[in-house]
Design a protein around this ligand. Structure first.
Ligand code: SF4
Length: 216
């Protein structure tokens, strides 16, 4: 197969995006939140856990500890019990308290709006920071690369890389900035419903004609 030029890849990527956008108009983060701080908490809890499970835990958590000030002084044992079902509960509870304390001490209780400041907070890496910036502040600073985005980027021939950082860089190169946040939602929706890990349903896929891995 001839190597695809950058221009051709961008055009193909744009058509893929348009088709997925039409297919999943409801694509957005499934993590329920009322403000940026709640989204930060929910995203920390979502590591190695389903969004549905996180959404079962957060209403009670936010009632008990509604903001950075309350969470900063949360008794660790009580917090561990509340977040227990999301897995890795000890480190998550520790990160939540550490994050809340740092937000309180360094940012007057308000979540910062830059990648550099967010990634300095305990429990927040580049992926979590991108989720917060894109979904709570409407700032497209990067593409969230989770397991679905990683798998689909490879299958769709949008990145041959293996690490989230390099895949993100490839995606940022082929998609315009204003599409970075919705792109990951579209790929996640498609990855959950059609391009599933074990046996992709290529026969039911709206982007099959644009996919080098199509099994149809
Ligand atoms: S054609 Fe198949 S492999 Fe390609 S995106 Fe669709 S479901 Fe995935």
């Amino acid at each position: 197969m001839p190597r695809e030029s950058r221009k051709a890849r961008r055009e193909r990527a744009s058509r893929i995006y348009d088709l997925l956008e039409r297919e999943y108009p409801e694509a957005r983060t499934a993590l329920e939140h009322a403000n940026p701080f709640e989204l930060a908490v929910a995203t920390i809890l979502s590591a190695q856990c389903t969004d549905e499970r996180v959404n079962m835990v957060t209403p009670g958590l936010f009632r008990r500890f509604p903001d950075a000030e309350a969470l900063a002084s949360a008794p660790l044992e009580e917090l561990e019990e509340i977040v227990h079902s999301t897995g890795f509960f000890r480190s998550k509870a520790r990160n939540l308290v550490g994050m809340a304390r740092a937000v309180l001490a360094q940012h007057s209780g308000e979540l910062p709006r830059t990648l550099a400041e967010l990634t300095r907070l305990p429990g927040i890496g580049r992926k979590t920071a991108n989720v917060i910036l894109g979904n709570a502040f409407g700032l497209d600073e990067g593409v969230v690369v989770d397991t679905h985005v990683k798998r689909l980027s490879g299958r769709l021939g949008l990145s041959a890389e293996a690490t989230p950082e390099k895949i993100e860089r490839d995606l940022m190169e082929v998609f315009p900035r204003e599409r970075w946040t919705p792109l990951s939602h579209l790929l996640i929706f498609h990855g959950r419903q059609v391009c599933v890990a074990r046996k992709p349903r290529c026969g039911a896929c709206v982007v099959a004609a644009l996919c080098p891995s199509a099994l149809v």
